[in-house]
Design a protein around this ligand. Structure first.
Ligand SMILES: [Zn+2]
Length: 343
C-alpha cells in the first residue's frame, strides 16, 4: 500500500511598492523558485480595490511563470511600506504610498485574504527585508540567532529579529528604527542645525541616515561649508540623489555626509546592543548597493561607531542586506512559510 504523502506545497511572497509589485514563490523546503524580479504594476494610486486586484494579478503571473497550480499555495506573504498595524491595517492617518482617503485605516491584509481565499501573513517592508537578511545570513541556524537591520532609503527602515522571527510589538510598531533618538553630540559639526524628521521629531536616526535627510538637513548645511561645490544651485531633490555617486568618487563633501550617516547608524546599533544584544548587525539600502570599495568603507565606518563590550565583539557579526530589490518579497514569503510550518 502506498504511504500517504503531503502533496508538494508552496507559499507566495508579494511585495507591494509605490509603482510595482514584486512576487516570488518559496517551496516547502525553503527554496525560492524564481531568482529574479517578477514585477507588475501595483496601481496603489488607483485606490484599494484596484490595488488588491493588482496583487491578485501579480499572484497569478508568478504562479504561471513557475508552473505552480493555485491549489499548491498554502499561504501568501504580503509586505507594504508602513505605517500599518501588525495585521496589515494601513494607518488611520494614511501613509506616503497610501495617501488617498480610501486607504486610511484600510485592512489591506484582510482584503487580499478575502480576494484570493488564502491565508495572508503581513509584514511591513522593513521587517520583511530584515527577515530575509537574517535568513540568508544564518541559513538553517536562523532560529538560533537574533539580528537588527538598518536600511537607508527615502527613510530609514529595518527591523529586529529574535530567534528567527520578527519582533512586532503590541501595536505592530516595533523596529521603527528611524525614529529612535540618538545622541547628536560629536555627530553634528560646529554650527550644524539640529536635524528634523518627517515624523516631527528632531535628532532621530532618520533625520541623518536617509535620502530625505540628505535633501532637507545635510546638503543645505554641507553646501554652506563647500562653496562652489558642483551641487550648489542644483534642485535639492536631484542633488540629494547625486550624493552617492559623488561619494563613490571620493568627493570630500559627500564623504562628510556619509560619515555622518555611518555614525548615526553606529549609534543606533549601540542602542540595539544594549536592548537585545543581537548576534548580527545588517546595513542595507542604496549606499551598500554602491561600488564595492565605497560599500566596504561605509560598513567599516558604521562598525567603527558601534560601542560594543568585549564579550559582544567576540560574537557579533556584521553584514549587508543582500538582494535589496527582492528582499521584501522574499522576506514576506519566509514569514508565510514559517506561519504554515508553525504548530
Ligand atoms: Zn523620525
Amino acid at each position: 500500500m502506498p504511504l500517504t504523502q503531503d502533496p508538494p506545497w508552496v507559499v507566495v511572497g508579494l511585495d507591494n511598492g509605490a509603482t510595482c509589485n514584486n512576487a516570488t514563490v518559496l517551496d516547502a523546503a525553503g527554496v525560492f523558485l524564481v531568482d529574479q524580479l517578477v514585477e507588475s504594476p501595483s496601481r496603489v494610486n488607483d485606490g484599494p480595490e484596484v490595488a488588491v486586484e493588482s496583487l491578485a494579478e501579480s499572484l497569478r503571473t508568478v504562479l504561471e511563470l513557475t508552473g505552480t497550480p493555485l491549489a499548491a499555495v498554502r499561504a501568501i506573504g504580503l509586505d507594504t511600506p508602513g505605517p500599518a498595524s501588525a495585521d496589515g491595517v494601513i494607518s488611520s492617518k494614511g501613509a506616503t504610498n497610501f495617501s488617498q482617503e480610501a486607504w486610511h485605516g484600510f485592512d489591506y491584509r484582510g482584503a487580499l485574504e478575502e480576494r484570493v481565499g488564502l491565508p495572508v501573513v503581513y509584514n511591513n517592508d522593513g521587517n520583511a527585508a530584515a527577515l530575509y537578511a537574517h535568513h540568508v545570513y544564518f541559513g538553517e541556524r536562523a532560529d538560533e540567532h537574533s539580528s537588527v537591520s538598518a536600511i537607508v532609503g527615502t527613510g530609514l527602515g529595518g527591523g529586529i529579529i529574535e530567534a528567527g522571527r520578527v519582533i512586532r510589538g503590541a501595536a505592530g510598531m516595533a523596529g521603527e528604527l528611524g525614529h529612535v533618538h540618538i545622541p547628536m553630540e560629536g555627530l553634528l559639526a560646529d554650527g550644524q542645525p539640529m536635524p528634523s524628521c518627517n515624523c516631527g521629531q528632531r535628532g532621530d536616526v532618520e533625520s541623518i541616515a536617509s535620502l530625505t535627510a540628505i535633501e532637507h538637513n545635510l546638503l543645505p548645511f554641507w553646501l554652506s561649508r563647500f562653496p562652489g561645490h558642483e551641487l550648489a544651485g542644483v534642485d535639492p531633490h536631484t542633488a540629494a540623489k547625486r550624493v552617492r555617486s559623488l561619494g563613490e568618487q571620493g568627493d570630500p563633501m559627500a564623504v562628510e555626509i556619509f560619515e555622518q550617516q555611518a555614525m548615526a547608524i553606529g549609534r543606533l546599533f549601540t542602542i540595539a546592543s544594549n536592548f537585545t544584544d543581537p548576534s548580527a548587525y545588517f546595513v542595507g539600502g542604496g549606499v551598500v548597493e554602491a561600488a564595492p570599495a565605497f560599500r566596504e568603507w561605509f560598513v567599516a565606518r558604521v562598525r567603527s561607531h558601534i560601542a560594543l563590550r568585549g564579550e559582544q565583539v567576540d560574537v557579533a557579526h556584521f553584514a549587508i542586506v543582500p538582494d535589496l530589490d527582492m528582499a521584501g518579497a522574499r522576506g514576506a514569503a519566509i514569514a508565510a512559510r514559517a506561519a504554515v510550518l508553525a504548530p
